[in-house]
Design a protein around this ligand. Structure first.
Ligand SMILES: [Zn+2]
Length: 278
């Protein structure tokens, strides 16, 4: 056991004990981020979702939008919105094997420019763009349009994760339009429906800037980041915080992340993101 594994249960107990001192702001939504989920982790994902349903409860993307838009009564709760980034094929499988039995609806962020590529080109782009060259695609591939369309027909929402999963920071206006506006138009053309949701690639404050957020603002009401924190009705809708969840870590650490216990370390980064968005 390493130090982190020993510290997490203590940190989780302390975080939960102090819960009553942290009332949830109006319209709070705890947005969780997952990526590719290998099949061996499906049971871990199922138990996480079942636990969330018993405790904070889940909301659909539409309900999350209504809460964040201030359109729901103040109830003191912070229900959870499940989001999955990058559109890996495992997401299609887990939608039927994990989410459907639990009647859970999620928001899947896909990259239309990658989906449109021929397979060899896409496999190269998965390694270069999504994994930033740190690893290759291995046996991973992305969902095709038919699978993405079936998720949408099953009541899940499909959000935009840029066209090709490149960092939007420092891009000039024409490139930004390709990655944001044209990506949205392509998704709308294939799926027949425009999404309200964008998530910028990589999610950290160094992968975004004010011009990119302004371009996103021109096309999407909501932009989810990867900066930890609790989204709520007074959050800037283009600087929504979210909690990345690693299903491979010990359960106490996973719960700590899912319940917001790591967010205090990210307050300054969230403030920087909000300043960029304003
Ligand atoms: Zn991504």
């Amino acid at each position: 056991m390493n130090l982190r594994a020993l510290a997490a249960p203590l940190a989780l107990a302390a975080w939960r004990a102090a819960g009553p001192l942290r009332p949830n702001p109006p319209g709070a939504v705890r947005i969780l981020i997952l990526h590719d989920v290998p099949q061996v982790q499906f049971s871990v994902l199922a138990s996480l979702i079942a636990e969330l349903q018993r405790n904070a409860g889940l909301v659909t993307p539409a309900e999350a939008g209504a809460r964040l838009g201030g359109g729901m009564p103040t109830d003191g709760k912070a229900p959870v919105l499940l989001t999955f980034d990058d559109g890996f094929r495992s997401n299609f499988q887990l939608a039927y094997e994990v989410l459907a039995p639990l009647r859970a609806k999620a928001l899947f962020f896909v990259c239309p420019g990658l989906v449109d590529m021929e397979r060899p080109e896409r496999i190269t782009a998965i390694g270069a763009n999504i994994f930033r060259g740190r690893r290759g695609a291995g046996d991973l591939d992305l969902m095709d349009w038919e699978q993405i369309g079936r998720l949408a027909e099953s009541g899940h929402e499909i959000g935009c994760h840029s066209a090709r999963h490149v960092s939007l920071a420092g891009l000039a206006a024409p490139a930004l339009e390709d990655e944001v506006g044209a990506a949205k138009a392509r998704m709308e053309g294939v799926l027949g429906k425009a999404s309200s949701w964008f998530a910028f690639p990589f999610g950290d404050v160094d992968s975004i800037d004010a011009p990119a957020l302004a371009a996103i603002a021109g096309h999407f009401p909501f932009c989810r980041s990867g900066v930890r924190g609790l989204a709520h009705a007074a959050s800037h809708p283009l600087a929504l915080p979210a909690e990345s969840i690693d299903l491979g870590v010990p359960v106490a650490l996973r719960r700590l992340a899912a319940e917001g216990g790591m967010a205090p370390l990210y307050r300054r980064r969230l403030r920087r993101l909000e300043e960029m968005a304003s």
